[in-house]
Design a protein around this ligand. Structure first.
Ligand code: CAA
Length: 386
């Protein structure tokens, strides 16, 4: 399908590079990684070598310094091959590196951002906890100052890439139990797995995105040097929310990639599969499904790319980023559900890829803010902008 929003030559080149890499080095292995629930760290390193882990980081910090549209085009290509590879890329590019870029000091940028831009260090983001998901500012992980260190105790959950990440951006409370300050009592810390008291806990046994390791992190007197506090004490929640504005656009691109792969598979299958003496694409019931799938994908992609352009003009993307994620993730779920239906029984088994797309699509309606949270953000923005 042709691209509705016009692309520059550079954007097309990035898209082609990502498509070629994804087709040759990711897609052939995605089913096995899903079956084995394992993502080879070597593939992440390869993504780093090609620049996919430093796309939004300026060249002065060894990144590619690309515009947001180029990044999202590349992410869609990776996601069309494997959603697990895409979440690694999205979290790394959108959350910890953007927080370091926006709020890190020079020393933190040298130590962490520069090697992350080259893909030598892989990043993760730890906001959620077992009892603080949608209500993120209710988190309880406690950081207490002790000399030149902060000492962290608590459990972070749902940490994508958490078992092999080299740099984890951790949000923890720096207020005290007798003077809680909700979101104002949260600070951001740069945590590395070599610090004493860092433990990787339970690995989640997920429905989809099975190759991406989603883990709990347990901090048992984790000693974080004071120089690893990011920005200002008490600003960690706002930093996290600002980075999620970027993250949600990345998840929208991931959802579009999954949906597009499902549409492509359904188009091929409907042309090959014969019932009642003709390919099933000849039936209007199937044509209507394919038309709706393609239309919804095109509309979600247009909204995302217009939002990306707004971000590159320096405008806030809280409203349209949430709309883009909401629209793209619900579209991915719709499209993958229809793809399974077009495949019939073959859509329900692992011999064909749409069963995986269906499982992978579901998480895009849940993480980096559920669809319900996106609707809350959108409604709040509507009132704030009146
Ligand atoms: N940009 C800048 N600041 C923001 C902001 C944004 N987008 N959103 C909120 N803030 C600021 C507010 O202005 C406020 O600051 P002030 O007090 O100075 O005004 C402060 O943050 C607190 O905001 P709220 O009062 O709105 O906070 P709240 O407790 O009502 O929560 C929420 C708002 C939107 C519901 C928020 O909790 C939320 O987004 N929840 C979902 C959490 C989420 O997305 N988690 C995903 C985790 S990452 C993940 O999924 C794993 C992975 O690895 C992929």
């Amino acid at each position: 399908m042709s691209q509705l929003i016009p692309l520059t030559e550079e954007q097309r080149e990035v898209q082609t590079l990502a498509r070629d890499f994804a087709t040759a080095e990711i897609a052939p292995h995605a089913a096995r990684w899903d079956r084995e629930a394992c993502f080879p760290v070597g593939v992440a390193r390869r993504m780093g070598e090609l620049g996919f882990l430093g796309m939004l980081i300026p060249e002065r910090y060894d990144g590619l310094g690309l515009d947001t549209t180029s990044y999202l085009l590349a992410l869609e290509e990776i996601a069309a091959a494997d959603a697990s590879a895409a979440v690694l890329m999205s979290v790394h590019n959108s959350l910890p590196t953007q927080m370091l870029l926006a709020f890190g000091n020079d020393e933190q940028k040298e130590r962490f951002l520069r090697p992350m831009a080259r893909g030598e260090l892989i990043g993760a983001f730890a906001l959620s906890e077992p009892d603080a998901g949608s209500d993120a500012s209710a988190l309880r992980c406690q950081a207490t100052r002790d000399g030149d260190d902060w000492v962290l105790n608590g459990t972070k959950s749902w940490v994508s890439s958490g078992s092999f990440a080299d740099v984890i951006m951790v949000m923890a409370r720096t207020d005290t139990p007798d003077a809680r300050r909700r979101s104002k009592g949260i600070s951001a810390f740069i945590v590395t797995p070599d610090l004493p008291g860092f433990h990787v806990g339970k690995k989640e046994d997920k429905m989809g995105l099975r190759a991406s390791p989603t883990v709990q992190l347990n901090f048992d007197g984790l000693r974080v040097p004071a120089e690893n506090l990011l920005g200002e004490e008490g600003q960690g929640f706002v930093y996290a929310m600002r980075s999620l504005d970027n993250g949600r656009m990345g998840i929208a691109a991931q959802a579009l990639g999954i949906g597009r792969a499902a549409l492509d598979a359904a188009l091929d299958y409907a042309a090959e599969r014969k019932q009642f003496g003709q390919p099933i694409r000849e039936f209007q019931a199937i044509q209507f499904k394919l038309a709706d799938m393609a239309s919804r994908l095109a509309s979600a992609r247009a909204m995302l790319h217009l939002t990306a352009a707004a971000k590159d003009r320096g405008e806030s993307t809280t409203l349209y980023g949430s709309m883009s994620k909401l629209l793209a993730s619900e579209t991915a779920m719709y499209v993958t559900t229809e793809a399974v239906q077009i495949f019939g029984g073959y859509g329900y088994v692992k011999d064909y890829p749409v069963e995986k797309y269906f499982r992978d699509a579901k998480i895009t309606e849940i993480y980096e803010g559920t669809s319900e949270i996106q609707r809350i953000v959108i409604a709040r923005e509507l009132y704030a902008n009146r």
